[in-house]
Design a protein around this ligand. Sequence first.
Ligand code: TRP
Length: 446
Amino acid sequence: MKEDNRPKFTTKFGVIAATVGSAVGLGNIWRFPYEAGMHGGGAFLLVNLLCVLLIGIPVVCAEFVLGRASRRNIFGAMDYLAPKGGKWWRIAGFLGVLSGTLILSFYAVVAGWTLEYLFQSLSGNLTAGGVRESHAEFNNFTAGWRCVFWTIVLLSINGVVVLRGVKKGIENVSNWLMPLLFVLLVMMTVNSLLLPGAMDGLRFLFIPDMAHVDSSTFLSALGQAFFSLSVGLGTLTVYGSYFPSDTKIVKSASIMAGLDTLVAIVAGMIIFPAVFAFGKEPAAGPQLVFEVLPDIFRQMTGGAIWSSVFFLLLLIASLTSTISLSETGVAFCIERWHLKRSKAVALTMGFVTFFGIFCALSFGPLAHVTFFGMTVFGLFDYVTSNIFLPLGGMMVSIFVGWIVDRVTVDKQLSPASKYVRKSIVFLLRYVCPLAILAVFINNLIG
Ligand code: TRP
């Protein structure tokens, strides 16, 4: 596709809103606090920051470079930028697109849960009637067809947004939702910090607990950085391909990574003070949000309002992430098979909805259908996060560090200084592939 007729984001704000929208999601709001809790609190945070800085930001830059230099999705970008005879790189690109759609299939299920919880919060049901069995309630809901319904609703919203295209759909929606997300975050943080016992929560999050620091801290922190920054699957390549030619890639990657990390920390500052103030267990995992928090909201003054604000926040965060994942598939179909956007959206969303239904049913009717001991949901989650994501990240860093012509990379990274450009290429060539290899091996044997 020629540079001129490819759709583009129109403003600097739009570029930041869309990329931050992709990065900030369930990964920040439930995964980060829980991982931090399990791996030494403040120490995890420190290692995570290092990973974002030394590995995350260079790989984000690499994806933006791929997209903008080729004006193609990851499959087309690898095909276009590989030297003659390097066509097999396309396979890596295809793997990226495929895993992006598979991530979307299970991510949409969890995002669908937030729709149910928002609905229940707004109607007052979630917080009515005092403390009760949140665990059974969550299990009942996820075991039924209601969660299939919400998955389909969520994917349909995605379909409508990406159907409207890059400017009117993605950029427009991000421009509205991201500022709203930040306002809701501030409201929730103030509320949490005013709770009695808030200090214990902050101590848990920020003070390193050396007893929980081991080799897995480093590896989990890197895995968290990757998932949270949306790197490795070509999602950011597609967004990079919509950047205007004067967008500063290094600066955008840094702002995106900075805000993404900030939101993760702030999410911890919202959740842990509340968890400690109400005497709950901080390392509860996914249930933290869907089982522990409703109990807390029930005991809080104005609980129905706060739970509505919280689940709206979670919904917005997941929606802008699922939009970026949807566009990864849509852009591929448009370019690869020369489909109209409407057909590409129908095809991608049809594919994802099909697999999404199986993921949604994994907690009820299909709970007994397992592969290698995992449900469909578990399998998709495991294969994409532990295999495709690190593998994709490694391919991208090797491809941009070693294969793509240096002049092209330099041109895309400028106007960053020569020193910055050299450092990024150095990190992409040596540090990123080796570090990712370590995570990869650890995940496979761990
Ligand atoms: N980063 C998002 C989150 O933190 C999830 C996400 C969106 C993602 N696009 C991605 C993860 C691409 C990996 C790859 O929730």
